[in-house]
Design a protein around this ligand. Sequence first.
Ligand SMILES: Nc1ncnc2c1ncn2[C@@H]1O[C@H](COP(=O)(O)OP(=O)(O)OP(=O)(O)O)[C@@H](O)[C@H]1O
Length: 253
Amino acid sequence: MIELDRVTFGYVRSAPIFQDFSWKAGRGEAWAVLGASGCGKSTLLSLLAGLVFPSSGQVCIDGLPLTRPRPQTGLIIQDYGLLPWSTVRENVELGLRVRNFYGPDGTHAPRSYDSSLNVNPWLDRLGILEVAGQYPGQISGGQRQRTAIARTLALRPDLLLMDEPFSSLDAPTREGLQRLMLELWAEQALTMVIVTHSIEEAAVLGQRILLLKKAPNRVAHVIENPGAADVHFRESDAYVRRVRALREQMEGA
Ligand SMILES: Nc1ncnc2c1ncn2[C@@H]1O[C@H](COP(=O)(O)OP(=O)(O)OP(=O)(O)O)[C@@H](O)[C@H]1O
């Protein structure tokens, strides 16, 4: 589904963050991108989202070179990006309204396009139906993040990119949302890429973990972590060992 082929990227007047960097992710996989601050995790997400482009090499999604943001890619950023003057329901409808205006191909709305704004199933699935009439300022951080997730999933993405989605939440809320993401990932047949600087989060959410090191990243260090999809993985010895191993690998970065 995702293929980075010898990608080189650096911001203007800055040293490259990725140099001849190649990486592949298959359809339906759950990836965590882990690394210390400044190693290029968010930049990788921007490359995957089609927000920035390599100076050489290619980013391909589903075999097609990425030349602009793709309508089937959902991006969830750290501060939720909710409109404070709109209710939870209006925020969840927002992506669908924009898509109805521009159409799923990003240029125009074809007649055949289903323009329904029925977001109730998503509000229900994300557990925010009872706060649907409230404004972002009146709900908790966890509910705000659920709203952002509902808004993105209502667009039925096949690729979900998340940048430090739970970093500002307290531990029980974060763990609840991590569990929910794993359920949604399995339920919706999503390909998921979650950027995190938390070793524990990477171990819980990433069936495969891409470890970025100090820039420039030239090699994709991939750690297999098949236990992640299991709801009880967090309580297992294998999880403790995985976290320890990841910490050692990060310290050696
Ligand atoms: N828009 C930009 N213009 C110039 N430099 C940038 C820009 N965005 C990020 N950088 C720089 O690129 C490098 C990688 O940044 P990036 O945000 O991708 O790292 P990160 O691993 O996500 O870090 P963090 O965990 O702190 O968010 C950093 O040195 C950062 O200062």
